[in-house]
Design a protein around this ligand. Structure first.
Ligand code: FPP
Length: 249
């Protein structure tokens, strides 16, 4: 498989980034709680700082020509956190969803992956509205995982396919890897090339587990609120130096 190739643009010339950029970068925004604790502040301050980093990294991805950027905002497991923390994240999300003009002006398509049914109605409706308003844009896909779990996503796909089979719309032998991909939330998005997890944890935590089958992983001890543009540059340079064989030789 050929490397995703991107012609240098001005931002790349300025930063000296490699010509080979991943088509899809996924971020696990980890370490917000520890960032706040180190400063003697409640965890929700860490999430607020994390949201600022998210904005900055998103803008940067758009400016250097990353075609698909995914962010793990809230997992299916995060409901187990204290109510105050869940509320703080939902409030940040609501603020963000109402402050997206810049992204639309920049012709960014917004895609929300995850089970929307458990989310507060106002958040769900606003997400659907943004998806609809931005579906004409193609400068970058910004994928936000909210109430998302990789196993949950695969389970939903299996259920949909079983229903189709029961109705006689598909035969079991017709189900391929591609059919399954087409039943995931990410059906319009290419697989992940580069998965970045800050904060020193070395796990995938149920994020895009199907889509990361051939991803390259980049881990750093930096906590997400401190994840500056220069940290992404490092990850992109590291990625450009890896030899990807996709199972070949
Ligand atoms: C993981 O860090 C982070 C989360 C579960 C929430 C991520 C949310 C944001 C960055 C803010 C909201 C984003 C938007 C788009 C408005 P952690 O809390 O597990 O950190 P820890 O491991 O240090 O405790």
């Amino acid at each position: 498989m050929a490397f995703p190739f991107l012609k240098k643009n001005t931002a790349q010339e300025e930063t000296g980034l490699p010509e080979i950029l991943p088509k899809h970068v996924a971020f696990i925004m980890d370490g917000n709680g520890r960032w706040a604790k180190k400063r003697g502040m409640p965890r929700k301050f860490g999430h607020r700082e994390g949201a600022k980093t998210f904005h900055d990294i998103t803008r940067y991805c758009r400016s250097i020509g990353i075609q698909n950027a995914s962010f793990y905002v809230f997992s299916t497991e995060n409901w187990r956190r204290p109510e105050e923390e869940v509320d703080a994240i939902m409030n940040l999300l609501w603020e963000y969803l109402n402050d997206c003009d810049e992204y639309l002006e920049q012709e960014v398509r917004m895609i929300f992956i995850g089970d929307k049914s458990r989310l507060p109605e106002r958040i769900r409706n606003r997400m659907l509205e943004l998806e609809e308003d931005s579906k004409k844009y193609d400068k970058m896909n910004l994928i936000l995982a909210i109430n998302y779990g990789g196993r949950d996503e695969i389970t939903q796909a299996a259920r949909q396919l079983a229903e189709k089979a029961a109705r006689g719309e598909i035969r079991p032998e017709e189900i391929t890897e591609d059919t399954i991909s087409q039943h995931l939330y990410t059906r319009e998005i290419p697989d992940v090339d580069l998965m970045i997890r800050p904060s020193g944890e070395l796990r995938l935590s149920n994020f895009l587990i199907w889509q990361c089958a051939y991803a390259e992983y980049y881990f750093t001890d930096v906590l997400w609120p401190d994840f500056a543009r220069s940290e992404l540059d490092k990850a992109l340079r590291d990625f450009a130096g890896r030899g990807r064989r996709f199972g070949g030789v």
